[in-house]
Structures are given as C-alpha cells and as structure tokens.
Design a protein around this ligand. Structure first.
Ligand code: PMP
Length: 406
C-alpha cells in the first residue's frame, strides 16, 4: 500500500490550524494523539441519535447502545487478537488498568515479602500503583536496570527472579527513550519461572501490531486517547484464567449478579471489573479509532514511523551540542534530547513560539531521570500523520533556539 501521509492528514482537522501565526507542528503524540474526523463524529452521532444507558434496558435505544458498546469490545478483541471478549475489560485508561491489576492481584495473589519486577524506565503509573500495594501489603519492588543506550539488561532481569517473585510489570515501549523492549522473550522467561507478566502497551498500541496471544502476555493495558481515540477510555486485556482468579476492583452496578444484605454474587467476565455506567460513547469512538488505524495497517504505520524516526534521529544529530537520550537498537518514534546546557523547559517554550508542540520535563518517569542523571528532556513523539517537513521544522527550530543561547 502507498502510504499517503497528506491524505491521512486531511482526516485530522486540527492539523490544519496555526498557533502564534505559525503552522502547527504537533510532536506530542506520546502524551496524546489528535483525532480523525470519524472518531469525533462517532461521539456526536451517538449522542444525537442513540444515547441511552447500556445493558438491562428493554427499550430500543438502550439495546442499540448496548449493541454498539459490545461490538466495540469485539473490535478491541480482534485488534489485539485476544481469544475472547470476556478478556476485554473497558477502563478509563492505562493508569486505571494497572491500578486494577495491582489492587486485585496484590489482594488475592500476594503476601508480605512477595516481589514484583518492574523496569527502571517505567512510567509512574507502573511504579506508584505497585508502591501503593507495597505500602498496604508489604510487597517489594525489584527493578530491571538498563545500559546507556536505554536497553534493559536481560541477564540482570533474569537474576531478579526468586521464589517470591509473583509478577513482572513492564512497558512495551518507553515513553521517554522510545526503546521497544523485547517483551516476548521477557514473558517467555517469566513463564519458565512460573511468573505472569503485565505489559504496559500505552506507547506500543498506536505504533505497531500487537498480538497478545503471540506475546503470551497475561495482562496487556492501553489508553484509547493515545491511539487516536477519545480520552477517558482504555483497555485491560487479561487472560481469562487470571481474570477469573482476581477479585473485583470496584463495587457498584453492572459488576454484580445478585445483591442482598447477606450475600452478593458477582457478574461474569468482563463485567465483574466494570462497576458503574461504562463509557459506552467512548467505547464506540475507540472502536472507530482502531478501525481507522487498521484500515491504514499497523505494519504500514510502523514502517512509515520507523523511517521518519531514523530521519529525525539523523537530522537532530547534525545539531551542535545535541544529546539524544535513548539510542536502543529497537526504537520507536519517541525522541528525547537536550542541547548543550539549554534547559529543556526553555527549549520547549521557545519551540512552542515557533508553532512546534513538544513535551518537556520528566515525562512521569522520575526514576529514569535519576538513572540518566538529568532533570528532564525535550521530547518529540511521532504519530502516523507527521511528515519529514515537520521534522525539518523541528530541526530548524532547535537550531534557532540554540543560536539564541550561543
Ligand atoms: N504508561 C506509559 C508508558 C505512558 O506513556 C503513559 C502516558 N504517558 C501511561 C502509562 C499513562 O497513560 P494514561 O495517562 O492514559 O492512563
């Protein structure tokens, strides 16, 4: 298939706007992606013509809304190749998905002194969720170190396992370094030790084909808004055998079968984990987003973004004083950098004045900043609609800011 980026851009009205009189160059896709027309229209269409609360409704609209919501679950299942829709739990996003597993897993599967393995490059959501359980249950975090290119040290990883290891929880792609971690191999090793694995797919799902059965992940989590879908909805995939074993996370409507003051029984999967009115408008829009990227083809998106990342890395390296953080062999379109001693915040603020949206700071990965011995970086993160011209604009912008500080 011919990858027609200009045609793709037409699907995203926001990309045509300007900021401070300059054409917008949106390079903050790691934080959130822009939305194609079909996603935005799905939201208004459903509110205008279908809206009704899902499940249990006997009336026409409720059944139609329920059908849309459950069809979206099937779209998610197909997108990540889960075995069954019972394994697809809708949540508010990656953060809630991890907190759900951390809470329910720690409650039912862990005791004081048990260990969870995470990596040094995790997002705070995959650290603090476990620390909350550590404080509550006395469980211990073990941390996989990395080399200076930003690659996890797999020999060290293997040494962290003990009879107390109960779970590995690791990012598929780092939101700071862009490193694509070898999660399939890491899962295979963990399984050889009898340990299940949660994969944080927040930064992988938008950029590559993910097959949870091929990876053999026990849990896989992601956010809708990072894959061109709406905010407020995300996914927890869990193998049915695991989800069956875990207790509910929140109580309320939807997640029960029968309630009495003496005894309550819980609903079947996946509803056991979906207390309260679900974001059924969001699930339909998320399914539209997944259909949208599927139509372009995840392999095409990966190949296109890979080429663009290489181009960006090469061009950025031409800049005097450039320091790129994260040069893993397997790297996605997340590029963190610092130039000379220019503060990342100054660089980001001045780039913004040129219409270039990048992120600055610690990117919710303070332990990784400590490992790198820095406070923060400037981060350009690519999406399927970015162009070489936008990379050129970034390079020109960085050069211009550098000259101002020279
Ligand atoms: N994990 C990673 C790797 C991320 O990049 C992010 C978002 N920056 C999250 C988790 C949290 O995602 P959300 O805020 O959508 O829950």
């Amino acid at each position: 298939m011919q990858y027609d980026v200009n045609k793709i851009r037409e699907d995203f009205p926001i990309l045509a706007r300007s900021v401070y009189g300059k054409p917008l160059v949106y390079l903050d896709n790691g934080a959130t992606t822009q939305k194609p027309r079909c996603v935005v229209e799905s939201i208004t269409d459903e509110y205008y013509s279908v809206n009704a609360n899902v499940h249990r409704g006997v009336h026409f609209l409720s059944q139609q809304a329920t059908n849309l919501h459950e069809a979206s679950r099937e779209t998610v299942r197909r997108f990540i190749n889960a075995r069954s829709i019972s394994e697809i739990v809708f949540t508010r996003g990656t953060t809630e998905s991890i907190n759900l597993v951390a809470s329910s897993f720690a409650d039912s599967q862990m005791k004081e002194g048990d260990e969870v393995i995470v990596s040094v490059m995790e997002h705070h959501s995959n650290i603090v969720s476990w620390q909350l359980q550590a404080a509550r249950k006395g469980i211990v975090l073990k941390v996989i170190p990395m080399n200076d290119r930003g690659e996890l040290l797999l020999d060290e990883y293997k040494k962290l396992f003990s009879e107390k290891t109960k779970l590995v929880s690791v990012a598929h792609v780092s939101n700071v370094l862009g490193t694509i971690n070898p999660v399939k191999d890491m899962i295979a090793f963990a399984h050889s030790q009898g340990v299940p694995v949660l994969v944080d797919g927040a930064q992988s799902i938008p950029h590559m084909k993910v097959d949870v059965q091929d990876l053999d992940a026990d849990f896989y989590v992601f956010s809708g808004h990072k894959v061109y879908g709406p905010t407020g909805i995300g996914v927890l995939y869990g193998k049915e055998a695991w989800l069956d074993k875990l207790p509910p996370y929140q109580g309320g409507g939807e997640m029960i079968k029968n309630v009495s003051f003496e005894k309550t029984t819980f609903n079947e999967l996946p509803f056991k984990f979906e207390a309260g009115t679900p974001d059924y408008i969001g699930s339909t829009a998320l399914a539209k987003a997944l259909d949208y990227v599927s139509a372009i083809g995840m392999d095409n998106i990966f190949a296109y973004e890979h080429g663009l990342t290489q181009y960006a890395m090469n061009r950025l390296k031409e800049i005097p004083g450039m320091r790129i953080l994260g040069e893993a062999e397997q790297k996605g379109g997340v590029i963190s950098f610092l130039v000379g001693d220019i503060h990342h915040f100054d660089m980001g603020t001045l780039l913004d004045r040129l219409g270039i949206a990048v992120r600055t700071g610690h990117h919710c990965a303070e332990p990784l900043m400590h490992r790198l011995g820095i406070e923060g970086t400037v981060r350009a993160s690519l999406g399927l609609y970015n162009t070489k011209e936008e990379i050129d604009a970034l390079v020109e912008g960085v050069l211009r800011v550098s000259r101002m500080f020279a």
